[in-house]
Design a protein around this ligand. Structure first.
Ligand SMILES: Cc1cc2nc3c(=O)[nH]c(=O)nc-3n(C[C@H](O)[C@H](O)[C@H](O)COP(=O)(O)O)c2cc1C
Length: 223
């Protein structure tokens, strides 16, 4: 699949992988393509640790497990997990202590490669840092890079998932992979040969999220 639009439409979150390896050359190629992502001021604050070691991969997933336990429990309770606007009614400690089935999360450790993607916060201009809400601008200097990795992978029939659940355990993850304190953990991307290559993704149509001129304007529909 070489066509850009087709690749964009089919870059799904791959969580199940065959046992087939991804070579060092291919890993290098994906990062080589991804580095053309934009970043604020072209500061290119991305920092990547490529993990093949099985114990490290399992530990990464283990560190994120309590977070996914809370996420799934909140979702099951009808909440929008971890959103910073509506308070949760879920007992966090209880959800962590009594996790639901997370075998699909544990399976991520079986991906041949984990990319731990950090961002050097010294390189990021966070223009919304003083607003009274969660910051979103800083992420814009790292997630285009992460998505580029996924697009490049999908274009050669590899797959991965942009996951963020290990970020809640940032100090332990940082220590595990040796990042210094000024590097924030932006994503863990398990990468491999997906067991199934999906091509049809569920997404809301344009008219549901875009309006003309003002948010109370007409929805943007096909001409
Ligand atoms: C910012 C962001 C954070 C995400 N975090 C996680 C995560 O922590 N764990 C996970 O399993 N998937 C994570 N995902 C993957 C999404 O669940 C996935 O992209 C979405 O469900 C669409 O899946 P699809 O492309 O297969 O339809 C994340 C995706 C994004 C963009």
């Amino acid at each position: 699949m070489a066509d850009l639009e087709a690749t964009m439409r089919a870059t799904f979150a791959a969580r199940d992988f065959t046992g087939e390896d991804v070579s060092d050359d291919v890993v290098h190629h994906l990062l080589d393509v991804a580095r053309f992502a934009s970043s604020g001021g072209n500061r290119q604050g991305w920092r990547v640790v490529v993990v093949r070691d099985g114990d490290t991969k399992r530990r990464l997933i283990e560190l994120g497990r309590p977070t996914m336990a809370v996420y799934v429990t909140q979702a099951a309770a009808g909440e929008r997990p971890f959103n910073t606007v509506e308070p949760t009614a879920v007992d966090i400690a209880d959800a962590e202590a009594n996790p639901p089935d997370l075998s699909w999360v544990d399976g991520l450790a079986e991906a041949p490669v984990h990319l731990v993607i950090g961002v050097d916060l010294r390189e990021v201009a966070a223009f919304d840092a003083e607003l009274d809400r969660v910051g979103v601008v800083a992420g814009a200097s790292i997630y285009p890079f992460v998505h580029n990795v996924l697009l490049a992978a999908r274009s050669i029939d590899l797959g991965g998932t942009l996951t963020t659940f290990v970020s809640r355990a940032e100090p332990a993850v940082r220590e595990l992979v040796g990042f210094p304190d000024h590097v924030a953990i932006a994503a863990l991307v398990p990468l491999g040969h997906p067991t199934r290559l999906l091509t049809r993704l569920r997404r809301a149509p344009v008219e549901e999220f875009a309006r003309w001129e003002r948010w109370d304007g007409d929805p943007v529909r096909p001409a």
